[in-house]
Every structure is written in structure tokens, then in C-alpha cells.
Design a protein around this ligand. Sequence first.
Ligand SMILES: [Zn+2]
Length: 110
Amino acid sequence: MLCARGELFTRKDFSQRLGLTIIAVGFIAATITWAWHMPLATYAILGLSAAIDFTLFFVVGNLLECYNCHAEFRGLEHLGEFQAFNLETHERYRQQSARLREATENPRGP
Ligand SMILES: [Zn+2]
């Protein structure tokens, strides 16, 4: 058991922020080349940034994340034994931690 406090799920070890940054930078660069009347460069930049994003998504490995404490575990074998992200389980843990937080903030109840 890797985390004593929660179940684990697998997800891509890929930062969504990085993906969005690549797209945004590509879009800004393409806007500039478009304004300079360089359509070929514009298409090349848009195509390239999409290709980088796409490649990154397939090249990066998986990691294990804990529903409860969001700890991330990398470089593990047997990832196939774990389930992918499940919204129901996520919701269960989210409500559980919300109740816990409420109980700590208001020990005597409402
Ligand atoms: Zn945990």
C-alpha cells in the first residue's frame, strides 16, 4: 500500500498547464506571423505546436495519484493493476474531506 489514507488512480504524467502554454505560445506566434502576411509560417507554427502537444501526450508516462491527499507516485511498475481516474471515487473523497474540514472548524456542530 503506497498511501495509507486513500485509493490510487493512474493518470498521464502530463501537466495541463504546459500543454496550454505550448498552444498559447503557438497561437501568439501565429498571430504575429499572420499580421506580417506570412501564411505559410502561420500554418507551420500552428501545426508544430499541435504536434508538440500531441507527441508529449503520447510520450509521457503514467503516474499514480492518491484521491485523498493527491500524492503522486512516479516510476512504479505494475501500473496496470490500478484503475484509471473515476469521478465517483473522486467525489466520495472530496465530500469526505469537506465533512472532515467542517468537523474540524466547527467541533460542536452548527
Ligand atoms: Zn493519499
